[in-house]
Design a protein around this ligand. Structure first.
Ligand code: AVI
Length: 335
């Protein structure tokens, strides 16, 4: 998974999946949690989305990291450790770590991801870099934050040993923050802030507000990859929860909600369907034209990023922007 990031679900039990299906699908309007996009096929479809010319998040971020990585590390105080939330393949972390140069001192790279397979691949790639110690944490974002706290506690001990630098840099990339609503995003960043020590940094990737037509192409691409990504959630419910969604009667819909500055993905039913989901103990009629809301992807202005970080106890140190792609990497430090 790319910003394989996102999918705090690989280790979520079937019982939890069923309970969430029941909870989300009975809301008004009906919803389903986007974290369930990322089964094996969903993760591959997301990888494919990242390759699409219309979805520029991953390419823009990778280019910024390659171009400014050295400066980012300098501004972050030459961190003694980097902790990535949702490290996926580790490719972005590798780009940053490589920018340290051959003769840099030792660094710890902490990878937090819910996919053991991704952690193994990433660890192998990063282990090959000079002077790095790779530590993997098989965890969701939330339990990953506990890992950050542990890392900080260890660092505290090391401080007694007078290490040259003891800063931690946390990475939260891929505009993964955009999939959280404002309150949940603030909550996560506040927890991250609490897990860090004074002077530590956070590098956060955010997709920026851009013309509606561009945003809609990114989330409703002409090749239908994003549609397949969205529909796969329903194929997954059919397969794993015994649901009976008629997939050929479901249509992918992406809309721009300007008021809340987010692209929303929905699935619309082309016909009335009597849905039964045995594992969730759920039965309902999905009306013709009714939509199930599957994802929010918030977009930001630089000011909105600054405010979000300030609300969570960070102050912005520097920003690197790909103006053409409309994507920003922001380095903030604990305020
Ligand atoms: C992983 N996340 C930041 C992606 C996004 O842009 O919200 C997921 C995605 N959904 C549709 N395309 C990509």
């Amino acid at each position: 998974m790319p910003p394989s990031a996102l999918s705090p679900t690989a280790d979520v039990s079937l019982a939890q999946f069923a309970a969430d299906a029941r909870q989300y699908l009975t809301r008004t309007p009906r919803q389903m949690a986007s974290r369930y996009f990322y089964d094996a096929l969903g993760s591959r479809l997301f990888d494919a989305i990242c390759e699409l010319p219309w979805y520029r998040v991953t390419r823009a971020e990778t280019t910024l990291l390659a171009r400014h990585g050295k400066e980012i590390l300098r501004q972050a105080g030459a961190p003694a450790r980097i902790v990535e939330l949702g490290s996926g393949s580790g490719a972005k972390l590798a780009i940053l770590a490589e920018r340290r140069g051959r003769h840099a001192g030792p660094i710890q790279l902490h990878l937090i991801d819910i996919s053991p397979a991704a952690l193994e691949i990433a660890a192998r790639a990063l282990d090959a870099l000079p002077n790095v110690e790779v530590v993997t944490h098989h965890a969701t974002y939330e339990s990953g934050l506990a890992a950050v706290t542990d890392v900080q506690a260890d660092a505290h001990d090391e401080r007694a040993n007078d290490r040259a630098t003891n800063t931690t840099l946390a990475l939260f990339l891929g505009s993964n923050i955009g999939n959280f609503d404002r309150a949940a995003g603030d909550g996560l960043l506040s927890k991250l802030r609490a897990a860090l020590a004074p002077g530590d940094g956070l590098l956060i990737g955010t997709d920026l507000v851009k013309p509606e037509a561009e945003l809609l192409m990114a989330y409703d691409d002409p090749l239908g990859v994003t549609a397949a990504f969205n529909l796969n959630l329903f194929a997954r419910m059919n397969r794993e929860l015994g649901a009976n969604f008629a997939l050929d009667q479901l249509k992918h819909v992406a809309v721009w909600n300007g008021e809340d500055a987010r692209v929303e993905m929905h699935i619309e039913s082309l016909a009335e369907q009597h849905i039964v989901i045995p594992a969730a103990g759920l039965e309902f009629v999905l009306a013709r034209g009714e939509r199930i809301w599957t994802e929010n992807s918030h977009k930001y202005t630089p000011l909105a990023v600054d405010r979000m970080l300030a609300r969570s106890g960070f102050s912005v140190r520097q920003r690197w922007t790909d103006v053409e792609a409309g994507f920003a990497l922001t380095l903030a430090v604990t305020a």
